[in-house]
Design a protein around this ligand. Structure first.
Ligand code: GDP
Length: 314
């Protein structure tokens, strides 16, 4: 039974998800994962954030790159290069099996939810890994060159073009997974955790699904977010650059504005620049370098949730 529901993107979110998985009893964590980054490449259906969660929770993630499987080989990419194929998106040999199998099962009519659940069981993961919806939702960004599909911006162009606007195509029409639909009233739910993923690119698509913002605002369980800003910037990736390009001052306040009205606590590494009353700030060491850091932050989040649940609500 789910006692903690984590909303997450890829690498940053998966760090805390791993911490939560390790401190909670097996089976009590459900990770609802962004699929706005999903795309079709070389005829394959690729779900980067789901795979990051699966590989991280299974202990298979590549610690060097932050994506793909550890100790993977590159025979496929070398052969593809020799044949003049597209090389801008790296697909390791073992990783390729995931994409081929997912594509095959989707074509056979299986849902992304069912496929992801079967994959996590086969990889020996006790926690549930659930895509935010079964339908295609595609994040795209508007730049000086016009609209770019997410992976064209993120991987092919290495986040270089300045972003003026974001869109989550298909989010209006998609049906959020049951875990999101029932989030407001789920009995026994101990906490909802918004992991320190990119608020715009990774959590944004989840919040754009019909009814999710409303459900979070009404949720009877404490909703705790962890800011992905550490020491005034992003630990990795385009979060800080994007914030500036979208017109926000880089810092926790932009995260707080994004989650305004949705969270009972926002964990930040330093609240010295945080305006009083703007968000329910709580300071905590939010940088996760070691496995112990991940577990410590997970315990901290759960402690805060339990304290908030025990306190009388205004
Ligand atoms: P992606 O989907 O793979 O790009 O990854 P996410 O969106 O899940 O995570 C990217 C965010 O994670 C960035 O904004 C980073 O600042 C943040 N991040 C990475 N490591 C840490 C960490 O140790 N602590 C915190 N608080 N944020 C982190």
């Amino acid at each position: 039974m789910t006692s903690v529901l984590a909303l997450t993107g890829g690498v940053g979110g998966a760090k805390l998800a791993l911490g939560l998985a390790r401190v909670l009893p097996p089976g009590e964590l459900t990770c609802v994962v962004n699929t706005g980054d999903d795309f079709r490449h070389l005829g394959l259906d690729i779900s980067p954030d789901i795979d990051t969660l699966l590989y991280t929770l299974a202990g298979l993630a590549d610690p060097v790159h932050g994506w793909g499987r550890r100790d993977d080989t590159a025979t496929f990419m070398q052969a593809l290069t020799a044949l003049g194929g597209a090389t801008w998106f790296h697909l390791g040999d073992a990783d390729l099996a995931m994409h081929v199998e997912r594509t095959h099962r989707l074509a056979a009519g299986h849902s992304l939810v069912a496929i992801s659940d079967d994959m996590r069981r086969r990889l020996g993961i006790a926690q549930r890994v659930v895509p935010m919806c079964n339908e295609a939702v595609r994040t795209r960004v508007r730049t000086a060159e016009g609209w770019l599909a997410f992976q064209d911006y993120f991987v092919r162009r290495r986040c270089e073009p300045a972003v003026r606007e974001l869109e989550y195509l298909g989010a209006d029409a998609a049906t959020p997974v049951r875990e999101l639909q029932t989030l407001a009233t789920q009995p026994g739910l101990r906490a909802v955790v918004i992991c320190p993923s990119n608020p715009f690119l990774s959590i944004g698509p989840v919040l754009a699904l019909r009814g999710v913002r409303e459900a979070l605002a009404r949720c009877t369980a404490p909703v705790i977010a962890v800011s992905p800003i550490v020491a005034g910037g992003a630990v990795k990736g385009p979060t800080a650059k994007l914030m500036g390009e979208l017109g926000f001052e880089v810092g926790h306040a932009a995260v707080a504005a994004h989650y305004a009205g949705l969270v009972d606590a926002l964990l930040v590494d330093d609240d010295s620049g945080c305006a009083p009353g703007q968000a329910p700030w709580i300071t905590a060491p939010t940088l996760m370098q070691t496995l112990e850091d991940r577990e410590r932050l997970a315990r901290c989040v759960l402690d805060i949730a339990d304290r908030l649940a025990a306190a009388p609500r205004p």
